[in-house]
Design a protein around this ligand. Structure first.
Ligand code: NAD
Length: 481
């Protein structure tokens, strides 16, 4: 059994759960401990005790620890990628790419430790000076979803440690293997015992402890909007000091295709953005907003392309689209496909669940493309989080922009056009945290800010140097020499 890591020790959980391969449900990846509330509390206590020592470690020491983690992840990318594809269901190429991303993030923040600095500002009072510095926030609870089992933990754990915080990390219950592998690497990185803690388990069992304990100074959460709201309420409503919090949640990301778009580029962006990683990305292009001059050609070419994409075992090199992560998510996807049909949308391709592929029982779903949809339909307003996309016809670029912004969400948005003028107009007016021009809505760089607006995000941006905003607190010191 794979155990939790608390105060520098590997400990049994209150209970344990099997981790199942969604590409072949007969394949049990392993048995993983589930922490109970008392263990979550022990992890918080350990983090609180260790944090001052880690905050006092030299930047060089922090740099070396994070650098060692990044290097080991990179050296083991094929093995860790295979494990990730096996437990989450994205294709092997995507999984290895995600592992490399995790390594890049550790390398980036290793270097950031050496760049920490402040500002020295003249005071308006004679003889006085003002120093502006950043300090760690303290103990950080890190709560992550299942769809990026190593990259999202990396983009939270690396900056938390880089800036001198201690961590209690709770991965999603359905993908403990990648999280455990990352924790095992961190356990050998030379951190003081208690600086990094892993508590695997369900949100309903240990979530309250990770949010409500006043020793937790900050909570960083990525997951659904519904859980995000609970996190926010707990962080504000708890006894003692409120927790600082940061939420990354859902999306209903538009990809706008304008009449003058390069058709091949637009179709490639739609295939990648809507269907790769089985559509299970917060940045997935679930709404394809297409102006009428290109609409029919776009749909015909997209359908032809979809026919060529093999659905199958995530680790089969021929597979383009792996399975859905689990039975619950598959039911959500097929329920929404039924809702779309009831709403009058027409399925131009796919949408059939398959109980097995090549003799392997798994959670397989043919990618689904709806046409004849309008933006008021539930399938265009609510996050489905599967390989399901809708085409919405727009009269012209102006209407396309209005439709793109007519959503509660605002994570990522894309536009395909060959016009510099239209690209500039959309860049300026799309209401999203990330805008892509002739590029898929999903797929980002690790060294620049990531995050959204409206119901997609709350709080400071993640990644790149902007991460310092969340993982540090600013001190202003006045010195009268
Ligand atoms: P989820 O909200 O069900 O779970 C996320 C995490 O919260 C898990 O670790 C879960 O165990 C934990 N949790 C559940 N209940 C809790 C509680 N009461 N207290 C504390 N923690 C609790 O989300 P999911 O199904 O794992 O992930 C899919 C969602 O994540 C989608 O909505 C997707 O858009 C979103 N997502 C967003 C981003 C982003 O950066 N915006 C990135 C990836 C995924």
């Amino acid at each position: 059994m794979k155990r939790n890591y608390i105060a520098g020790e590997w400990v049994e959980g209150g209970s344990a759960a099997e981790n199942i391969n969604p590409s072949d449900t007969r394949d049990v990846i392993g048995l993983f401990a589930r922490a109970d509330a008392a263990q979550a509390e022990a992890a918080i206590a350990a983090a609180q005790a260790a944090q001052p020592q880690w905050a006092g470690a030299t930047p060089q020491r922090r740099c070396e620890a994070l650098d060692a983690v990044g290097q080991e992840i990179l050296a083991r990318k094929d093995e860790l990628g295979d494990l990730l594809a096996r437990e989450e269901g994205k294709t092997l190429a995507e999984a290895v790419g995600e592992v490399v991303r995790a390594a890049q993030i550790f390398n980036f923040f290793a270097a950031e430790t050496l760049r920490a600095g402040g500002e020295l500002v003249p005071s308006i009072r004679p003889g006085m000076s003002v120093e502006i510095t950043r300090e760690p926030v303290g103990v950080v609870s890190i709560i992550t979803p299942w769809n990026f089992p190593i990259a999202i933990p990396a983009w939270k754990i690396a900056p938390a440690l880089a800036y001198g915080n201690a961590v209690v990390f709770k991965p999603a219950d359905s993908v403990p293997a990648s999280a455990w592998a990352l924790a095992e690497i961190l356990s050998r990185a030379g951190l003081p015992a208690g600086t990094f803690n892993l508590v695997m388990g369900r949100g309903r069992d240990i979530g309250d402890t990770l949010l409500n304990d006043a020793r937790v100074a900050a909570v960083t959460f990525t997951g659904s909007e519904a859980t995000g709201r609970k996190v926010a309420q707990a962080c504000i409503g708890r006894r003692g000091p409120m927790a600082k919090f940061q939420l990354e949640m859902g999306g209903k990301n538009p990809l706008v295709v304008l009449d003058d778009a390069d058709l091949d580029v637009a179709v490639a962006c739609a295939i990648n953005g809507a269907f790769f990683s089985t559509g299970q990305r917060c940045t997935a292009s679930s709404r394809l907003i297409v102006t009428q001059g290109i609409h029919d050609r776009f749909v015909a070419t997209l359908v032809e392309k979809l026919k060529s994409l093999a659905v199958g075992d995530a680790r089969d090199p021929k597979t383009a689209i792996g399975p859905v992560v689990d039975a619950t998510q598959l039911r959500q996807d097929t329920d929404y496909i039924a809702i779309g049909r009831q709403e009058g949308a027409r399925l131009a391709f796919g949408g059939e669940a398959m109980a097995e592929v090549a003799g392997r029982p798994g959670f397989y779903l043919q990618p689904a493309l709806f046409v004849d949809t309008h933006n008021g339909m539930r399938i265009n307003r609510e996050e489905i989080f599967g390989p399901v996309a809708s085409v919405i016809r727009a009269r012209d670029a102006d209407e396309a922009l209005v439709l793109a912004n007519d959503t509660d969400y605002g994570l990522s948005a894309g536009v395909c056009t060959t016009s510099l003028k239209l690209a500039a107009h959309f860049k300026r007016h799309l209401q999203a945290g990330m805008v892509m021009v002739n590029a898929p809505t999903a797929g980002v760089d690790p060294h620049v800010p990531f995050g959204g607006r409206k119901a997609s995000s709350y709080g400071p941006r993640e990644q790149g140097r902007y991460a310092a905003e969340f993982y540090t607190t600013v001190k202003t010191t006045y010195v009268n020499p």
